[in-house]
Design a protein. Structure first.
Length: 90
């Protein structure tokens, strides 16, 4: 049985696809979550991170933790990067 994205995940995936690489805080801000204080930001990023992890688990996006930052980009971009590296080696 196929995996179906929720509305929230679809919106997050659209944000990541349209403007990558993108930090989880930026996604939370674009989703309309409160990121005005450190505590609010932490809560909002936690909400987004769950969905980002699910998208990564189902190979829709790639994620990388850089210091404290969680950065995401579409899986398609990773495929293009790999193709570029292969072509460069020819």
């Amino acid at each position: 049985m196929g995996w179906k994205m929720s509305e929230v995940r679809e919106k997050i995936f659209e944000i990541i696809s349209s403007d990558w690489p993108i930090h989880a805080t930026e996604i939370a801000d674009r989703m309309g979550y409160d990121v005005s204080t450190k505590e609010a930001q932490r809560t909002s990023v936690s909400k987004v991170k769950y969905h980002v992890d699910q998208l990564a688990r189902h190979e829709k996006i790639k994620i990388k933790k850089i210091g404290q930052a969680l950065v995401s980009w579409p899986q398609e971009v990773e495929k293009l990067r790999m193709m570029h590296e292969l072509m460069r080696g020819l």
